[in-house]
Ligand binder design. Sequence first.
Ligand SMILES: [Zn+2]
Length: 252
Amino acid sequence: MKVLLHEMSWPEAKEYFADNDIAILPVGSNEQHGHANPLGTDHLIAKSIAVETANRTGVVCLQVVPFGVSSHHKQFWGTIFISPKTFKAYVKETCLSLEYFGVRKIVVVNGHGGNLAALSELGRELREEGVFLSVFQWWPAALKLLPNFFVPDERRHAGAEETSMNLALHPELVNMTKALNEELSRHVLQVEGLTLPLSTVDETKSGVYGKQSTASAEKGKEVFESVVNELVKHVFLLKKARIEDLAQKPKA
Ligand SMILES: [Zn+2]
């Protein structure tokens, strides 16, 4: 049985949707990840996790939405930046297309933290409309599942943890001879408790936050396995859950 929607014919899709009300949608970004990593890091990792989860659960997986909310990285060449409003609307219409065919439960595998606010807002909106959206992010999962695997400085944007995932999943796209570690510059106005409207370029010259050079494919494989296992548990639980029990309704 095929699990990738774009590889199915329409009669095959009809057969799947006749029996299943659940789907997986990976989303990410195309944005700078320092000198060693490809721009596609976030959507490539999200896609790999989503496809592996689909293979292990038999739940259909859509193509990855590659562009996300990345304007804070825009000064770095090649970054594509979509507004939260447009990103939310695009993902919503994708979800509503699935709803047309009877899907009521959608697992979004999000590879980019900048997308989360828009996705959370969308999830609440769709729940009001009878569609239950859950959002999975691999890095907070890895922090809980493998707390001692990396130090905090390795767990930041384009750091050793994310670079390890790239080395495990698509090593041909990583150039470790260009890996580097960068301490962030603290803005002259910064005091505790203050949020400033800064971009990545205000904090790091290379685009790397913290330590990148300690990345390895072995560590990446372990993180991948561990987060996919976790997501598979959720997908099986959601597959069994009844939409009536997940729907928003007045308190009894
Ligand atoms: Zn990233």
